[in-house]
Design a binder for this molecule. Sequence first.
Ligand SMILES: *Cc1c(COP(=O)(O)O)cnc(C)c1O
Length: 389
Amino acid sequence: MDKKNFETNAIRNQMERSQFQEHSTPLYLTSSFVFEDAEEMRASFSEENDRNIYSRFSNPNTTEFVEKVVQMEGAEDGYAFATGMAAVFSTFAALLNSGDHIVSARSVFGSTHTLFTKYFPKWHIETSYFDINNPDEIEPLITSSTKILYAESPTNPAVDIIDLELLGNIAKKHNLLLVIDNCFATPYIQQPIKFGADLVIHSATKLMDGQGRVLGGVVVGKADLVREIYLFSRNTGPALSPFNAWVLSKSLETLAVRVEKHCENALKIAEFLENHEQISKVKYPFLISHPQYEIAKKQMKLGGNIIAVEVKGGLEAGRNFLNALKMCSLSANLGDTRTIVNHPASTTHSKLSEEEQLLAGITPGLVRISVGLENISDIIQDINDALKR
Ligand SMILES: *Cc1c(COP(=O)(O)O)cnc(C)c1O
């Protein structure tokens, strides 16, 4: 089955049929599984056994979801989490010891940044930051304690791009684990393992579900690392629920067609906004004006669905624009069928100081547009009308 194309695998890789010969995967809402006898129960608890025991460890629905993502990313193994942040936290917590050091891009998801600055220092895990637009800063930050090199590409919310191949080479040279949050791209657009990533993290809440229904997260990558993360997680309990796994497995069947359309719409809107008199700046990876356009073209199949724009007039103009929208949603999510417009400085990244915000590319007037699947002319009309008001 594994040799088929991306879309086919996304649809046809599914668990074995039950005695009912169902076409669509059934939902296994069960907290535990039954043993034939005491000997089977004893054997199942030995760590080498991957039989389902208890749904905090594994469940047929979570396994199906994980296996789909493992295949899409070209990974060896994976584990699914209740949220993207559970995946991020558990990865670091499972792999790092007190005294270890992280080198991370400065512009990472807001809660990931909070983990690095507020919580990890409690366990004497420190983080040094590099500017994603200046990768020369990376190597001087690496010390004998550095264990993990961490980045997102494209970044949230400024859609900056980092050269994954370059990161892969640095990680290899210094014997670091390269961990990439691939949430904004999805495995349909970009597969970081090809460029040397050891682990890839996703918030499945975003484009993977793509319909704004469930929270979820997943980590895939090298089997020995995933094993550590699995053992940590089976004891600490951040597991994905079977129901959400079932929803997410279904969502992955349509990932390719959804992402194609998201990106087609996003490119058209980015081109429209680039010529709009109320907009001073547009950033979208597949616009030639993007500072890392060449790198984006090298490592991404499509430009993604997120556009960062600067509305002329700064904070006030940005707020007025949001208030004048009639159709696009003001919401904290992204990667939904619905177009969502967000003001990072006052919402997702409000915990950062003004200086940290600017360093992460978040100006007061920055507006993030997560382009949805509505008809393109309706999205453009709503945005254009709001900019005129
Ligand atoms: C949303 C997001 C997360 C966190 O995921 P949750 O499912 O909300 O916990 C992590 N990284 C990135 C890039 C995100 O966009």
